[in-house]
Design a protein around this ligand. Structure first.
Ligand SMILES: Cc1ncc(COP(=O)(O)O)c(C=O)c1O
Length: 454
């Protein structure tokens, strides 16, 4: 184990170190020289996600089963857009999607597809939502585009103010623009406030058409889960697409103790899930679930040379945009088969227990202000030394974050909770323990006296 998480070098130093690797000459170099070069130029600057002091983002190393699956996928470099390019890969993806739908308790008519990332899964979900809205307005979005809507300005997508920025990105890319987003205030724990949602929907009913309501299971700042059941009930009679962005949090539907959080999630029209976040599988591995298999037909684009209309073999490339698609199903299936359901549940609980234990241990500490009750593996806090000027607390958190990142012995993140600058501890790794988290707290406390008081 290295004591640093990465080299801590500046962008300029890293660029200088990488120059020899990028000097592509007429003549190549031996594999031995190449390995040495990469080891010297690049590897020192990569991040050690397995380091017990890494608790800032959703990255970890692949578990053994996943690493085996990924190696095999690489050896065969299979594409899985259509039957012709990989019958085995295609069938594995199709069956894996069905297996996941069953495992997550979705309805028998549900289906899924693999995506490059959660962002693209959210994008596709909202494209499908908009397509359905267009059908109800009597035209095909695929053919006429958004120009077919008689009054584009009426269209609204409703999401919590804490929804991930990929939702805004999606609205840009769909041509609806960010102004189509109607944000619902979040409660203290940053969950969507259902009362405010009810009020907003009543208000919108008079002059807007709601295309979709987006919930988040695993808010980026606090890991909180929006109140899925109550929102689904509230939207029952609303002619809108219901999407759950569970990029981070949907995995926890597999834990019986989270049943209440995910009640009625199977009634959502679509759900995003990123196994590459906390299931120890290599990037990219994202999944988009749809409640009705036929919803994916809105993505189909047939061609004369493959993915031909009427073919009886499955062609996963008809369910999502990319033509070249990786065999992401293999590392996922391999790790799930290797761990078994019991092992998966155990693996998912490790970070949750570490974060909960940290929050409990810090609850009575006078120099700590806890800013959320963790639903999942994230806790946000402020170091608040007794007597420290209140007006400098935001600057103190910013300073502690910057010092930590520059010294590169630990990794935390910075966020804002209810207008306060906060330190965010996020755990997906199985090597982070309550103890290593406490060591980071001690480390931060030691830095406090060095804060340059303005
Ligand atoms: C809630 C949520 N949605 C979407 C995304 C985007 O996923 P990806 O990074 O796989 O594009 C993230 C990423 O952190 C997320 O936390």
């Amino acid at each position: 184990m290295t004591s640093r998480i990465h080299s801590g070098a500046t962008p300029k130093q890293i660029a200088t170190d990488l120059e020899p690797l990028l000097a592509i000459h007429e003549q190549g170099i031996s594999l031995e020289d190449l390995k040495r070069l990469v080891r010297d130029c690049l590897v020192p600057h990569l991040v050690h996600y397995e380091h017990p002091g890494f608790h800032s983002l959703y990255n970890f190393l692949p578990d053994e089963g996943a690493a085996f699956g990924a190696k095999l996928a690489l050896e065969h470099n299979q594409g899985v857009t259509n039957w012709q390019v990989s019958p085995g890969g295609v069938m594995l993806e199709e069956l894996c999607c069905q297996m996941l739908c069953r495992l997550f308790g979705l309805n028998p008519g549900a289906d899924a597809t693999f995506m490059y990332s959660g962002t693209y899964a959210n994008h596709q979900a909202l494209y499908l939502a908009l397509h359905r809205k267009a059908e109800r307005c009597g035209f095909s979005l695929a053919e006429e585009g958004i120009a077919g809507f008689p009054n584009l300005g009426r269209l609204a997508v409703v999401a919590s103010e804490e929804a991930h920025f990929s939702i805004r990105q999606t609205l840009r890319m769909l041509g609806l623009g960010e102004r189509s987003l109607v944000q619902i205030p979040a409660d203290e724990n940053r969950r969507m406030d259902v009362r405010r949602l009810r009020e907003t929907l009543l208000h919108l009913a008079e002059h807007r058409d709601v295309v979709a309501v987006v919930m988040t299971a695993g808010i980026s700042s606090t890991g909180s889960i929006d109140p899925i059941g109550p929102v689904i009930d509230l939207c029952e009679d609303l002619d809108a697409w219901i999407h759950i962005d569970g990029a981070y949090g949907f995995a926890y539907r597999l834990l019986p103790e989270y049943e209440d959080h995910f009640s009625r999630a199977e009634l959502a029209d679509s759900v995003t899930w990123d196994p590459h976040k906390q299931l120890g599988v290599p990037i990219p591995c994202s999944v988009l679930f749809c409640r009705r298999r036929e919803d994916f037909e809105r993505m189909a684009l047939y061609s004369g040379y493959f993915n031909r209309e009427g073919e009886i073999e499955p062609n996963p490339g008809l369910k999502s945009a990319p033509s070249t698609r990786p065999l992401s199903a293999l590392p996922l299936v391999a790790t799930m088969r290797h761990l078994g359901l019991e092992g998966i549940r155990k693996r998912l609980r490790i970070p949750l227990e570490a974060i909960r234990a940290l929050a409990e241990e810090l609850a009575g500490e006078e120099d700590i202000e806890l800013l959320n009750e963790p639903d999942l593996g994230i806790v946000c806090l402020r170091i608040k030394p007794p007597g420290f000027p209140a007006g400098n607390l935001d600057a103190l958190q910013q300073y502690l974050y910057e010092r930590t990142m520059n010294e590169a012995e630990r990794s935390i993140s910075l966020t804002e909770i209810n207008g306060k600058t906060a330190l965010r501890f996020l755990v997906v790794s199985k090597t982070v323990t309550a103890r290593s988290l406490m060591e980071t707290i001690q480390y931060l406390r030691r830095l406090v006296p060095e804060f340059p008081t303005p």
